[in-house]
Design a protein around this ligand. Sequence first.
Ligand SMILES: NC(=O)c1ccc[n+]([C@@H]2O[C@H](COP(=O)([O-])OP(=O)(O)OC[C@H]3O[C@@H](n4cnc5c(N)ncnc54)[C@H](O)[C@@H]3O)[C@@H](O)[C@H]2O)c1
Length: 462
Amino acid sequence: MKELICIQGLGFVGAAMAVACARAGTRHNGEPVFDVVGLDLASETGLERVRKINSGEFPFGTTDLNLIQQTKAAHLAGNLKATTDNEILRQAAIVVVDVHFDIGDLTGEGHLKFGPFLNAIETIAQRVKPGCLVVVETTVPPGTCAKVIRPVLDRCSLERGLPVDSILLAHAYERVMPGEHYLASITDFWRVFAGHTPASGDACEKFLSQVVNVADFPLMRLSNTTASETSKVLENSYRALNIAFMDEWGRFAERVGIDMFEVINAIRKRPTHNNMKQPGFGVGGYCLTKDPLFADLAAKDIFNFTDVEFPLSRIAVKINQDMPLHSLGKIRKALDTLANKRMLLAGISYRQDVADTRYSPSQPFYEIATHEGASVICHDPLLSHWDDLNLPVESAMDTCPDVEAVIFAVPHKEYKTLVPAIWLAGKTPYILDANDCLTGDQRAQFAACGCRVESVGRGILE
Ligand SMILES: NC(=O)c1ccc[n+]([C@@H]2O[C@H](COP(=O)([O-])OP(=O)(O)OC[C@H]3O[C@@H](n4cnc5c(N)ncnc54)[C@H](O)[C@@H]3O)[C@@H](O)[C@H]2O)c1
């Protein structure tokens, strides 16, 4: 009989992890090694995600054809199911926690809110059998496993008459990248983890070795869960800071008339600098917008330090939040005013080739532009509705609508193949390439058609 794995939380991470676990063992035409049941809340979205998985469909729009195919294959093999019934936890050998951990207040002035996350942990602790391994994949503030989750597991074990430490606890963070290689970003990528005890570390190592291609991507085991949690938070803070840093250089480039992308590409040739970020439209998504605040908040709320602060991280979060306002300012200047102007916002998701709109920089852009009297048509090839704002989204657009400005905000593949002369159909709107969405050739073609063309990070009128 196969071991049962419960994946708690069928969001962008949990749904893909459920497929990865269900396909574990099948890489070389072998048999699946686990039975997998995804668990979500009986909310409207939770029920929809459960329904889709139970019909062999991946619950989110994705450009990863392999993920779509592997979801179907797991459904046909009969070892991937989903439910909203927590009682399934009683049968689990392993529970993977993929529920979200929100920070309500993104100014960094608030406090950590453990409530909903700890409810999920309690649901597990009240049901699982002794010896069950709980693997926390959620990005959590450093110290959460040792100082917040472990006491909850132990209290529930005592209430159930089980020995303390009867539930094994580990942290193994995700580096999943929704996009073309969504599933492979779980199965074929380096994974960092740590156990709360040596036994839980060993159990987690055994589990991950069955899901991840460890022959090519050996696991990295850290000394304790706080180190593993810190690793994830630092990894994301590093990226967020890198982006905030490039924002000021992009503005400089615009003023002095140079192309910052050309400069960065020259610098990236140097191996020590090959991961330099670039100027853009803004930072969105569930992770980079909040994770740089986690260490600062953990220092205060988990470790009770009064003398440990992360000023750079906090400034980076603020700079990144303000980035879309820069694009808005450029359009306001080009059109004199936003009042009564019509514009096309091309790209709603927070990143290219994903259908995720959480904390998308397009949202503040849209809200401020419409507040100032502009009417904004939204386009995104991967979306037909913008749930956060309850707005319709055009997912196809063969020709440019009747607008005075077009802003390319997300470098979706579709935009790079657009042929300006055909698409414009005689119109000449102001074009802003806010995120290196167009090729140099496309920008030149827009200009040749009579459009005024500007870019974020390029101080050259095309
Ligand atoms: N999205 C990414 O690209 C990404 C990448 C790496 C890490 N992460 C981290 O992974 C975690 C999950 O992210 P996500 O994007 O999948 O979040 P999500 O919001 O898409 O999904 C979370 C899911 O958990 C469910 N849930 C909440 N409470 C529950 C409970 N008590 N029982 C069962 N289900 C419950 C929600 O209904 C939801 O479906 C976060 O910590 C995030 O920071 C995300």
